[in-house]
Every structure is written in C-alpha cells, then in structure tokens.
Design a protein around this ligand. Structure first.
Ligand code: AMP
Length: 223
C-alpha cells in the first residue's frame, strides 16, 4: 500500500503515520524529518532549507522532491509507505505521480486530516522535543515527569522554532494557500478519505484503520 497522510501542520498526521506504519508494516516517510536531518547534518540541501523551515515557509521544490523520490524508490519502501508532509503543492503531487508511474505504481489512498484551528494551535504550541533522542512531549497532553527534561535520556527539551506561535500562523496560511488544494486533486481521483482529528489519538487511529481495511484486497497491492 502506498498512502499519503495529508493535512495542516499540527493536525496529528505525523503521530498517526508513525502508529499506522508500525501496525501495517509500511515505511513512514516524513519530508519534514528528512529536511531536519539534512539541516542538522549541515548538508548543502540542509543549509539552503534551514531558513525556509524556521520561517514556516515551504522549501523550494528542487530541495525536496529528489530526496522523497529517492526514498520511495528505495528498498525500505518495498512493502509500501506512508508519505507524511509530501506533497505540499500541486507540482509536487504531479512529480510524485510521474515518479510512481515510471515504476508502474500509484498512490492507493490519501487520508485527509482535518481539525479546528484552535485544536491545531494548541497541539503545535505545546510540542516539545528532546534534542538528544528525539522523544516527543506535549506540555498539556503528554508532559515529561520533570519540566523540560526528557524522561528517557534526561536531556533538555526544546521547542522547534517553527512551532513558535507567530510561525504557526505563517504555516497555517501557507497550508491554506498552497497545500489545501490537494484535497480536490485527490478527491477527483476518487482516492480521498477524510479523517476528523478533533478527537483522541486512539479514536483517530481506529478511523484510519477502518478506512484502510475497507479497501478491497486488489487495492491492497503490497508488491
Ligand atoms: P513538517 O514537519 O512536515 O511540518 O515540515 C516542517 C517544514 O519543512 C515545513 O514547514 C517546510 O518548511 C518544510 N517542508 C516539509 N515538507 C515539505 C515539502 N513537501 N515541500 C516544501 N517544504 C517542506
């Protein structure tokens, strides 16, 4: 199965992609994580991408499409994948289609995640990450035992610069202007499933699994 988890930042698609990829033995491909790794490693792409990411803007297509294409054509994605954060605009969606067409594959389903703006802002603003081991926390929903200290490795937690309140607003605007339109694109292809994300993680996960399992065996092509 080849899936896309589409939706605004902070809607919870990354968390769900992680859970579903384990449950369904799919590879989780997060374009944001790929870019952050490049930034941390100070690669040429990372150095160019950094400022866009910190300011909440999309990085130019040429910095991300090749990395994602390489990943989905790699052995890691042989059993299928969940794309999280990609595509972010129409031209990326078209590149994705043609990349898959070349190997006679296609996207099977696009899960479109929605939640109210209030829920999204609360989720993003409270997000804290351990710089050392990458563990994720939330100030309100899953706080560490000791404030700002990772439960797992005792390192300090930090807030991503693009999770600062003023940058969240920019990211939501960018989503509306460039990414939301993909809902129509995939709806017209008849492969869109909407997922309401105002509820709890378990409930959302169950909704996704129900959507997945309603796909016929033929569609669940795992080649
Ligand atoms: P995310 O973790 O998906 O919210 O991505 C964090 C940031 O990485 C975004 O705000 C963008 O700056 C950049 N980014 C991630 N994926 C893409 C993409 N497909 N196209 C352009 N920029 C991206």
């Amino acid at each position: 199965m080849r899936l896309i988890f589409h939706g605004p930042p902070g809607v919870g698609k990354g968390t769900q992609a992680e859970r579903i990829s384990i449950a369904e033995n799919l590879n989780h491909v997060s374009s944001g994580d790929l870019l952050r790794t490049a930034v941390d490693a100070k690669t040429e792409i990372g150095l160019k991408a950094r400022e866009y990411i910190e300011n909440g803007l999309l990085v130019p297509d040429e910095l991300i499409v090749n990395i994602v294409a390489e990943k989905i054509n790699s052995a890691e994605c042989k059993n299928g994948f969940i794309l999280d954060g990609f595509p972010r605009n129409l031209s990326q969606a078209k590149v994705l289609d043609s990349t898959l067409e070349k190997v006679e594959k296609k996207i099977d389903r696009v899960f479109s995640f929605t939640a109210s703006e209030e829920v999204i802002i609360t989720r993003i603003a409270g997000r804290r990450i351990c710089k050392s081991c990458g563990a994720q926390y939330h100030e309100l929903f899953s706080p560490p035992l000791k404030e700002n200290v990772c439960d797992k490795c005792s390192s300090k937690l930090y807030q991503r610069k693009d999770d600062y309140p003023e940058t969240i607003k920019v990211r939501l605007k960018v989503y509306k202007e460039q990414t939301e339109t993909l809902i129509d694109y995939y709806n017209q292809k008849g492969i869109l499933i909407e997922v309401n994300c105002n509820g709890g993680k378990k409930e959302i996960q169950q909704n996704i699994l129900t959507g997945l399992h309603s796909m016929s065996e033929k569609e669940r092509d795992t080649e």
